[in-house]
Design a binder for this molecule. Structure first.
Ligand code: SF4
Length: 502
């Protein structure tokens, strides 16, 4: 399905990919049903049936797409973000400020706060419209800060009152002379926050990537990641490739260069909208290979990059050297982790990658919790079907729960799995829940930790570091209370409420 850059709005994941947020069963069935629904390119006579999302009559607070779009716009250097919303939507900017300053320190940027302003819509604006307030805010933002680009993020409130943000952005762009980029990320538009990635990547593709690139850089490879240290250069520099690391904190120059690169890879196909758009609009090939988690998939990932960038003569040496380098420690880690039971809670393709790492390390995993599920990717290429690949390579995951970070369901899933440890994203929520249940937890904020050959060692070492915290977590659990009734605290089926609403 083609990405439409003529419109300012990115289609939601539900519309483009059939994304679901609630499901329960085994991973093999979910992979078969996804292929049956969206076409796997391998025929659909595979025991699949139409993907049927499960339901639950109760929901707890979660994130929204606006949060993701705004955060990732805010951490672009020399940009300013205007949230056209009530002030409540802007509460997440306090943590984004911490995130930006941490990135700045790690990357050697000037240590300063990111620039963001909220239009603070109130009752009067909801009745009479908020466009005049938005126009005034854009002018003031320019006069006070002189950014190089201004993003205007919409919210549920502006979606309800129908403010014409596109026209205001166009008019003010002419007036002040810098790009004013609308981000259509009304929270209610999509049920999953990862649609926010598509919104910011849509804005980057339309307005910040250099069109008609004057030159191609044959040694430049775009790497799209969620954020964190550059673990890619040590892998790709021996192939003679320079890494253009984007998303998770960018400079505008890096974003402009996206169209000049020899290829694009993503560390997680949740972010593949940008890669697919670059291939479609600028002919920059998207690497279509398994993600680099585990030995064999990292080998294949490097071989495919080498094939696309014409470096086949270098790649086998790199693979052999890396495998030999990590072999002794990998053997020690496998020995130390034998018999341990792990559990992964993360988003879709990233969760599949961490599950592959655990199985490569010899850890038993029979339960996982994915924050959403994409039955397809924007390219529609079956080589990006990470769930099928996981099941085919490493075997099934018998208890696979899809839930948008709903703690009451995570509690049931963890009670059923009884793991020795948990690896999770969303350290402020999942990690706290897990520790309060007495289980050692490895929260991953910067999500490049498990990638490639070195990633296996990083994850293995980290697990060995957290396992001795069992006693501490049990003490925490002994002094913790959950706001659920006793009958729910005994539940091991995360969807028991949907099965029996009474
Ligand atoms: S955009 Fe909507 S869902 Fe998101 S924080 Fe604002 S009101 Fe809540």
């Amino acid at each position: 399905m083609a990405i439409n850059l003529r419109t300012t709005q990115a289609e939601t994941r539900e519309q483009r990919l059939g994304t679901i947020t609630h499901w329960e069963g085994n991973a093999g069935q979910l992979a078969r049903d996804s292929a049956h629904t969206h076409g796997c390119g391998r025929g659909c006579d595979n025991g699949g049936r139409r993907l049927c999302e499960q339901s639950t009559p109760f929901a707890q607070a979660s994130m929204c797409a606006e949060h993701i779009a705004v955060t990732n716009a805010t951490i672009i250097q020399e940009a300013l973000v205007i949230q056209h919303s009530p002030i409540g939507c802007a509460v997440s900017q306090s943590s984004t400020c911490r995130y930006y300053r941490d990135l700045a320190a790690r990357r050697g940027w000037k240590l300063e706060d990111p620039q963001s302003i909220c239009t603070n819509l109130g009752e009067q604006d909801m009745v009479f419209g908020g466009i005049a307030k938005l126009e005034q805010t854009i002018r003031e933002a320019w006069e006070r800060h002189h950014p190089k680009v201004i993003f205007v993020a919409t919210s549920c409130a502006t979606g309800i009152i129908g403010d014409d943000v596109d026209s205001a952005a166009r008019q003010l762009e002419d007036e002040i002379g810098i790009p004013v980029v609308p981000l259509h990320c009304e929270g209610f538009k999509s049920r999953h926050w990862s649609s926010g990635w598509d919104v910011i990547e849509h804005g980057i593709l339309r307005r910040l990537v250099r069109p008609d690139p004057p030159r191609k850089q044959d040694d430049l490879i775009n790497v799209i990641h969620l954020g964190g240290p550059d673990v890619f250069t040590p892998l790709l520099a021996p192939l003679g490739l320079r890494v253009n690391l984007v998303m998770g904190g960018n400079t505008l120059d890096r974003l402009a260069e996206l169209s000049e690169a020899a290829a694009t890879v993503t560390m997680c196909f949740v972010l593949s909208y940008l890669a697919t758009g670059l291939e479609q609009e600028y002919g920059v090939p998207e690497i279509k290979a398994p993600l680099p988690y585990g030995l064999a998939d990292t080998d294949e990932w490097l071989r495919e990059i080498a094939r696309v960038t014409h470096r086949e003569h270098l790649v086998e040496d790199v693979i052999a050297r890396e495998r030999a380098r990590i072999a002794p420690e990998l053997a020690r880690l496998r020995q130390a982790l034998a018999g341990k039971r792990g559990f992964v809670a993360a988003g879709a393709a990233f969760a599949h990658g961490l599950l592959a790492d655990l199985r490569e390390l010899g850890v038993e995993v029979d339960g996982a919790y994915s924050f959403h599920h994409d039955p397809s990717t924007d390219s529609g290429d079956p080589r990006q079907d990470t769930l099928s690949h996981l099941v085919e390579t490493w075997g099934d995951i018998p208890n696979y729960t899809v839930s948008p970070d709903q703690h009451f369901q995570a509690h049931a899933a963890l009670l059923r799995a009884k793991p020795d440890f948990v690896i999770c994203r969303h350290s402020g929520s999942m990690a706290v829940l897990t520790a309060r249940m007495g289980i050692p937890v490895l929260p991953i904020f910067y999500s490049n930790d498990g990638l490639g050959y070195e990633g296996l060692l990083t994850i293995g070492r980290s697990i060995l570091r957290i396992l001795p915290r069992k006693r501490f977590c049990e003490d925490v659990a002994a002094h913790s209370r959950f706001p659920y009734q006793p009958w729910w605290l005994e539940q091991t089926n995360p969807f028991a409420l949907g099965a029996d609403p009474a």
